[in-house]
Design a protein around this ligand. Structure first.
Ligand SMILES: [Zn+2]
Length: 595
């Protein structure tokens, strides 16, 4: 190897950080070039932007999160700047996770007893007594996308995993001197120990508040031994300077520790469950990790509305009511709309980052044909797609179109069993799953029960939404809440569909509306009915103008002037006429009065 090195740079000795980088590469880690601590040889742009001299990547390193660099690439980088420091990309590509102990609190934590806490492993001594411990990850490990978003580790301790890098020896530190391996803890003297169980739990859990660190009282009982992990095999030596081919970590494989727990009943003692507030994709409207139902008649823009929401999520934009948005991917199952002429244009006019939207359109079959995805049959595939795309929103439009033949959409038990598995997917992937439904043709009943299919569907949902026409404006629609298990129902929102190109509309949000979901489903369906309701409203204003009147009397008088009960009740809703009970029990009677 040295021959090769000296041939490529005969004039000077090989930089020590390049030698280290080549050594790391041989161990299967992904090394990158970082800026020199004194910024020797860096360009003006770097100088201006760098806020961590000695620890900032000099060149784009994103692809080294996915694959290892080749030896040739490393030579090129250090040829450009021989003074460069060296870092290691953490996470699945290197199979490493780092624990950083900083300051007096970190030192205190590191010394606190607990045999499970910190198995001996590779250790780097940084500035001012700081320590960096490197542990190995299980093969094909998946770091939960939210794992690092809401750190719950104690002060003085932090954790670096996927998407981050760590300066390693013999890099020079900004304050002078080099960071060094602790005696007996260099890669030549020991290998990275398997990450302790609590750390694995921390990395896979979506619920940051429920993850105990080894030093909290919550872990009084001994934890199971960590999964045995093969020491990282040295990378295949790159041939002819070509990039070393490494298996790309398969993000969707389940973490092996769950496999043994799958069979038989799972009993959880509630005292062992830590309470945590719900997380929201859209606060008050769409909880994260749960099932949500969106009902409405065709033509009101249900799908367009959800694509508007999807677009906001792909870019982390504020939500329709102004709440702060979350950034993530979106997975679509869309049975009725064409991806080319409808879905993509709608997403485009809504301003989506199309790279973050994944449509699960069909499944290739062994005979060469394709079939649409089926729920629950294809839930495992769907789970992989959702996880691989870091989706925070999964839209199933319309839900009933995807139910397999084995599921009777009107059978409560069938539906509940199917939705239970879908709810598990939602929770596991920390993704909101929104099921779209059309309304039944029934003209009465509460809004929450008006969606098609079994009542079990809305039963399994943690939130129910409905779109309807705005009674006050022909061109406007209203999004309202029919069910909200996790928060108070939010105020309804008005929107309109603004044509942008041909038949493609974008959603324009117009603020709050006083109408509730139940007001929206009793809308007159024809212009005639609308006119009749107006008449009935006038009738009610007259009859109730002098004070409360018995409901029976109102209905009787209405019949006399040919106003049907249905029209009268619709008018009553529109006017927000109140029903009050006078007297008790069988002797009591209902009175209507104007608000
Ligand atoms: Zn720098």
């Amino acid at each position: 190897m040295n021959d090769v090195l000296f041939r490529s740079s005969p004039q000077r000795s090989t930089p020590v950080c390049l030698l280290a980088a080549l050594d790391f590469l041989a161990r299967g880690w992904s090394p990158i070039a970082l800026c020199p601590a004194d910024h020797a040889g860096v360009d003006a742009a770097h100088e201006r932007l760098c806020n961590a001299p000695g620890g900032t990547p000099l060149w784009s390193w994103k692809e080294y999160q996915q694959r290892l660099p080749s030896e040739r690439e490393l030579h090129v980088y250090w040829n450009r700047n021989p003074e460069a420091n060296v870092g290691i990309v953490l996470g699945p590509v290197s199979g490493l996770v780092a624990l950083l102990f900083d300051g007096p609190q970190g030192e205190e934590l590191r010394r606190r007893p607990g045999s499970e806490a910190l198995p001996e492993t590779l250790e780097i001594m940084g500035a001012a007594g700081s320590r960096r411990l490197l542990y190995s990850l299980p093969p094909r490990f998946v770091v939960h996308p939210l794992a690092l978003a809401v750190p719950a580790l104690p002060d003085g301790l932090s954790c670096l995993a996927a998407g981050e890098h760590l300066p390693v020896p013999p890099s020079r530190r900004a304050g002078g001197g080099a960071c060094i391996w602790r005696l007996g803890r260099s890669p030549d003297e020991c290998s990275a120990a398997p990450a302790p169980r609590w750390l694995i739990d921390y990395l896979v859990s979506e619920d940051r508040s429920a993850v105990p660190t080894p030093w909290s009282e919550a872990v009084a009982a001994p934890v199971a031994a960590p999964q045995p992990v093969e020491p990282a095999a040295p990378a295949a030596r790159p041939q002819n300077g070509e990039p070393a081919v490494m298996p790309v970590p398969r993000a969707a494989d389940p973490v092996p520790r769950d496999a043994a727990q799958d069979v038989g009943p799972h009993i959880i003692v509630l005292s062992a469950v830590k309470a945590a507030p719900p997380q929201w994709l859209w606060p008050g409207w769409i909880p994260l990790g749960k099932l949500v139902v969106l009902d409405g008649d065709p033509g009101l823009g249900k799908s367009t509305l959800l694509l508007d929401l999807a677009a906001r999520i792909t870019r982390g934009l504020p939500l329709p009511d102004g709440a702060a948005g979350m950034t993530g991917g979106v997975t679509l199952l869309t049975a009725e709309d064409s991806l080319t002429d409808t879905v993509r244009p709608r997403l485009e006019v809504a301003g989506a980052d199309l790279d973050r939207v994944h449509a699960f359109s069909s499944i290739g079959e062994p005979n060469g044909g394709n079939r649409p995805p089926i729920i629950p049959h294809d839930l495992d595939v769907l789970r992989q797609i959702v996880k691989n795309s870091s989706s925070r929103l999964l839209i199933i439009d319309p839900f009933l179109a995807y139910l397999g033949g084995s599921v009777d959409s009107c059978n409560d038990q069938d539906v509940r069993r199917c939705l239970h598995r879908l709810a598990e997917l939602a929770e596991e992937a920390a993704c909101a799953v929104v099921l779209l439904r059309h309304l039944t043709k029934l003209a009465t009943g509460r809004a929450v029960y008006r969606g098609q299919g079994s009542i079990g569907i809305i039963g399994a949902a943690r939130a129910g939404l409905l779109v309807g026409r705005d009674p006050d404006a022909e061109s406007h629609r209203i999004l309202a809440c029919t069910k909200s298990n996790l928060a108070a129902s939010p105020a309804s929102l008005r929107y309109t569909l603004e044509p942008v190109i041909a038949n493609i509309c974008r959603v324009v949000w117009c603020g709050a509306s006083a109408y509730q979901a139940d007001d929206l489903i009793q809308q007159p369906e024809t212009p005639d009915e609308r006119l009749m309701t107006k008449d009935a409203q006038q009738f009610l204003r007259t009859v109730l103008g002098d004070g409360p009147v018995a409901a029976d009397e109102c209905l009787r008088q209405a019949r006399e002037v040919n106003i049907s009960e249905r029209t009268l009740r619709r008018a009553k809703t529109r006017l927000k006429v109140q029903s009050i009970k006078e007297g008790v029990g069988a002797l009591g009677q209902w009175l209507w009065q104007l608000p």
